[in-house]
Write a protein that binds this ligand. Structure first.
Ligand code: GLP
Length: 247
């Protein structure tokens, strides 16, 4: 695992975009793992810029999202699928239907989650996964205590995550769904390459546990140590609890 601390978010964006550009050049049909949230926004903007300049095409690529709320209407602006369309898909050239996310409104959510997990495997697995992290160390929506070998499934959100995410719901915690569908930790760890992006002081404890702590399901982020090819890209605020410089 390598850890890069930078003052400059555009450096993070360039690092991830460079590797995605190279991946798409070598394998235009690459499968990308797409996170929602604020952390990957600069990466998506950089990819969109390169697409506009004619450097990258996603026309043959596919994408899988990490997670979704259960029970938000299909037109709800904070439904993760709508968020990724707004933040990224609307700015690049994925073919219609090439990017999918877990179904938060399925009649049988557990069955749909298992089907989603199988669809990732059937697509050949994820070549490159972009990840954020929650303030409590969750990745996707795998809350503390999630098993290292967990698969895509329905979960209850913790109060902390609902409070953290209430900023997207006009500050109203009660408007944040109580359940989600998330790729499991086992599912995520099967991605062949992972970039984790953590920005801001609110992520400092999670980054500290990852870099200085033990591997524990209490901090799902630490399970990334089980993966052979992870790059952790953090800004200085997210690095401010680290015991030693990691450059
Ligand atoms: C949510 C998402 C995660 C994301 C996390 C951090 O809870 N389910 O996938 O990593 O928030 O979001 P942000 O990048 O906005 O800080």
């Amino acid at each position: 695992m390598d850890v890069v601390i930078t003052r400059d978010i555009s450096e993070i964006a360039r690092t991830v975009a460079d590797e995605i550009e190279q991946l798409l050049r070598e394998k235009p049909t690459a499968v990308l793992g797409l996170a929602t949230g604020s952390s990957p926004l600069a990466v998506y903007d950089e990819l969109a810029r390169r697409h506009r300049e004619g450097r990258i095409s996603f026309a043959q690529a596919r994408g899988f999202m990490l997670d979704e709320y259960v029970g938000l209407s299909t037109d709800h602006p904070e439904r993760y699928f709508n968020v990724i369309v707004r933040d990224f898909l609307s700015k690049v050239d994925f073919a219609p239907g090439a990017v999918s996310g877990p179904d938060g409104n399925a009649e049988d959510p557990e069955a749909a989650a298992a089907e989603y997990d199988r669809a990732i495997i059937a697509a050949g697995g994820i070549d490159l996964q972009i990840l954020g992290v929650g303030s409590n160390g969750h990745i996707a929506f795998n809350e503390p205590g999630s098993a290292a070998d967990s698969r895509t499934r329905v979960l209850e959100l913790t109060e902390q995550t609902r409070r953290d995410n209430s900023r997207f719901f006009e500050g109203n915690v009660d408007a944040v769904p109580t359940r989600c569908v998330t790729q499991g930790l086992g599912t995520i760890l099967e991605a062949r390459r992972i970039f984790l992006i953590a920005l801001g002081e609110v992520k400092a404890a999670a980054v500290h546990e990852l870099v200085d702590g033990q591997v524990t399901t209490d901090w799902p982020i630490t399970l990334l140590h089980h993966h052979p090819k992870v790059s952790v890209l953090v800004d200085e605020a997210a690095a401010n609890l680290l015991s030693a410089p990691t450059h």
